[in-house]
Design a binder for this molecule. Structure first.
Ligand code: GLN
Length: 306
C-alpha cells in the first residue's frame, strides 16, 4: 500500500524514538543539546521538501560542511591542484586523527579534519572575512535560504581547537597548507558552526543528487566536480565506519558531531536526519537507524540498481 511521503516520515520518526549513545561532549553547546531531538527530511532534486519530527530545530552543520567546502575548493582551483594538497583514500581512522600519507604528507581525504583543514586553506578570498562570506553564501545557495553562523558555537569551538590548530601547523610544516594556520582554523571552525535544520541538509543533499543544481535550478557545482565529491563521500563520509555504511546502506553520505546525517540518492533526491546522540565513531545512532529502515523499506542501496 502506498502512503504519502510525510506520513511515512512521521511513522519513521515515531517508530525510531528509542535512543542510545552520548551527545558530543567537547564543547558545552553539545553537552547541553537536547538528546531527544529527532527529525528526518527528504528533498526532491527540484527542491520540494517533506519532513517530520523536530524540523525547526537548528544545529551546527559540523563535518557535513566538509564535502561542500571541498566542492568550492575544486571550483576555485581545479581538481589537480586540490589533489596536491589532499588525497582521496579512506583512512580507516577517527575524524580527528592526523592521518597523512607517509610519502607525500597529504591528508588521506577531505572528509576527516586534517583534509578538511587543508581544503579550507585553499579557498579563494582577499581575507578571512571574504572567505567566510563566500563559503556561507555557497552553502546558502545550495540550501535555498540564507544560513548563519552560530557565534556561540564558533567561540566554543575556537577555544577548544588545540588539536585542529596542531594539525594545521603540522600541515604547514609539510607544505600542505596554504595560508596562516591560525586563520585557517578560525575559518574551518566557522564553517563547522553554520546553523542548519534537517530541511536545509535535505536540500543540500538534493542539490548533490541533481548533479550540483541548487533548488532554484541554478548550476552551483559543475557535474564532474559533483560526481567527484559524491565518490569521496561514498568511500570516506562516515569516518572509520565508512566501509560498513557503504555495504549496509550503500549511498554517499556525510555525518557531523552535532548529530546531523545527510545521504544522497543520485538522480532521486536527498535525505537528512538529525539526532544528537552519537556512536563510538561520532555518527548519529538514530540517524543511522533511520537510514537503515528506509533502506529496508525502499531499497536505497546503489548496488541494488544493478
Ligand atoms: N568541529 C568539529 C571538529 O573539527 C567537527 C568534527 C565533526 O563533525 N566530526 O572537531
Amino acid at each position: 500500500m502506498e502512503i504519502p511521503i510525510t506520513e511515512y516520515l512521521e511513522q519513521l520518526v515515531a517508530a525510531n524514538r528509542e535512543d542510545s549513545g552520548e551527545t558530543a561532549q567537547y564543547i558545552p553547546e553539545f553537552a547541553q543539546a537536547d538528546p531527544d531531538r529527532l527529525a528526518v527530511a527528504f528533498a526532491t532534486p527540484d527542491g520540494r521538501v517533506y519532513c517530520a519530527g523536530d524540523v525547526e530545530t537548528e544545529f551546527s552543520i559540523q563535518s557535513i560542511s566538509k564535502p561542500f567546502t571541498y566542492a568550492l575548493a575544486i571550483i576555485d582551483h581545479g581538481l589537480a591542484h586540490v589533489l596536491e594538497h589532499v588525497d582521496v583514500e579512506p583512512s580507516g581512522d577517527a575524524f580527528n586523527e592526523i592521518s597523512l600519507d607517509p610519502e607525500t604528507g597529504r591528508p588521506m581525504n577531505p572528509m576527516i579534519n586534517a583534509g578538511a583543514i587543508a581544503v579550507h586553506g585553499l579557498l579563494t578570498g582577499a581575507d578571512r572575512e571574504a572567505r567566510d562570506e563566500r563559503l556561507l553564501s555557497f552553502y546558502s545557495r545550495l540550501a535555498g535560504r540564507r544560513l548563519e553562523v552560530d557565534e556561540k558555537v564558533h567561540a566554543s569551538e575556537l577555544s577548544e581547537a588545540h588539536r585542529n590548530t596542531a594539525i594545521a601547523y603540522m600541515l604547514k610544516s609539510l607544505g600542505k597548507l596554504e595560508g596562516d594556520p591560525v586563520d585557517v582554523v578560525h575559518g574551518y571552525t566557522r564553517q563547522c558552526s553554520v546553523n542548519v535544520t534537517v530541511r536545509d541538509l535535505a536540500r543540500m543533499a538534493a542539490a548533490l543528487s541533481a548533479g550540483g543544481r541548487a533548488p532554484d535550478g541554478t548550476q552551483v557545482i559543475d557535474p564532474g566536480v559533483n560526481r567527484h565529491v559524491l565518490s569521496v563521500m561514498a568511500t570516506c563520509g562516515m569516518y572509520d565506519s565508512s566501509g560498513e555504511w557503504l555495504t549496509r546502506v550503500g549511498i554517499p553520505a556525510k555525518s557531523g558531531v552535532s548529530g546531523g546525517l545527510l545521504g544522497v540518492l543520485p538522480g532521486q533526491g536527498g535525505i537528512a536526519a538529525f539526532s544528537p546522540r552519537l556512536d563510538a565513531h561520532g555518527n548519529s545512532v538514530r540517524g543511522i537507524r533511520i537510514f537503515e529502515r528506509m533502506n529496508q523499506h525502499m531499497g536505497l542501496h546503489l548496488m541494488d540498481a544493478i
